[in-house]
Design a protein around this ligand. Structure first.
Ligand code: NDP
Ligand code: 8X3
Length: 254
């Protein structure tokens, strides 16, 4: 009989896609999970399925005060977070930079960069004080490989990659680990529906015939990273479907 208390994971963007799959995987693996997102009804559904092992919290990661309030109101027994999964994020549009909406750029920057930084800033000191912890940042292949229409979205994920590496530099000697998980094309999420502003046909066409990754593949990756002995830090891991690879650089001729 193992009397060690279950590890606590805080997962942002827990109401859909990767976040939901990561929560369910952690719960099946015996962790307790603080599930954070704006759509509380989805989180309550998760709690209904998994009971007391889930603590649902309504949270917009862009809101510094809301993060402080959430942290302050964590019940006894839920405060020492072992794993922070910064998963909440989104892409909006694939228009060229010169045609993109400024508000979409702001929303992506506020969520994917500022939200991730605010959450990390809030929960890192506790991990350092306890000399243990793991931050998993969900980046993207879009942070490494440019593509037309990727402009600010890819830029936010490049921030995630470099921020993750810089965190490792600052956390040297603390025992706190940091991993940047960089998924490629992944279906069965709301990612493309959000990106194409609710156009289901356009969202579906992204994945047609492509045999994309599924959210469980990313949950499996995160679960593996979290399961490794404390001496092992996976700095970054890039995961693509077999059907996705690379193209040549483009040359414009006239
Ligand atoms: P989904 O759209 O399925 O899920 C996004 C989640 O983020 C939702 O739970 C949503 O919850 C939450 N979210 C969005 N904005 C906020 C906010 N301001 N505050 C709190 N939560 C928020 O997308 P995915 O699961 O696919 O995406 C998860 C992450 O993975 C993102 O960072 C994305 O960039 C990245 N990614 C996705 C890939 C893919 O192909 N699907 C590939 C590579 C990376 P709610 O609306 O309830 O707040
Ligand atoms: C999501 C992957 O290629 O749609 O981050 O930008 S991609």
């Amino acid at each position: 009989h193992d009397s060690t208390p279950a590890q606590i994971a805080l997962v942002t963007g827990a109401s859909a896609g990767f976040g939901r799959a990561i929560c369910e995987r952690f719960l099946r693996d015996g962790y307790r999970v603080i599930a954070a997102a704006r759509r509380m009804e989805r989180l309550l559904d998760l709690q209904q399925r998994y009971g007391d092992a889930v603590l649902p919290v309504a949270l917009d990661v862009r809101d510094e005060q809301a993060i402080a309030d959430m942290k302050a109101s964590l019940p006894e027994g839920w405060r020492d977070i072992d794993i922070l999964v910064n998963n909440a994020g989104l892409a909006l549009g694939t228009e060229k930079a010169q045609e993109a909406l400024l508000q979409d750029w702001r929303t992506m920057i506020d969520t994917n960069i500022t939200g991730l930084a605010l959450m990390t800033h809030a929960f890192l000191p506790g991990m350092v004080a306890r000399k243990r912890g793991l931050v998993v940042n969900i980046g993207s292949v879009a942070g490494k490989y440019p593509y037309p229409g990727g402009n600010v979205y890819g830029g936010t994920k490049a921030f995630v990659a470099q921020f993750s590496r810089n965190l490792r530099a600052d956390l040297a000697g603390t025992g706190v680990r940091v991993t940047d998980v960089q998924p490629g094309l992944c279906g069965d999420t709301e990612f493309s529906l959000t990106r194409y502003r609710g156009d289901q046909d356009k969202a579906d066409s992204v994945y047609a015939g492509a045999h994309p990754l599924g959210p469980d593949d990313i949950a499996e990756t995160v679960a593996w990273v979290a399961s490794l002995p404390p001496r092992v830090n996976i700095n970054a891991i890039e995961v693509m479907p077999t059907s996705q690879s690379f193209s040549a650089l483009t040359i414009t001729r006239n």
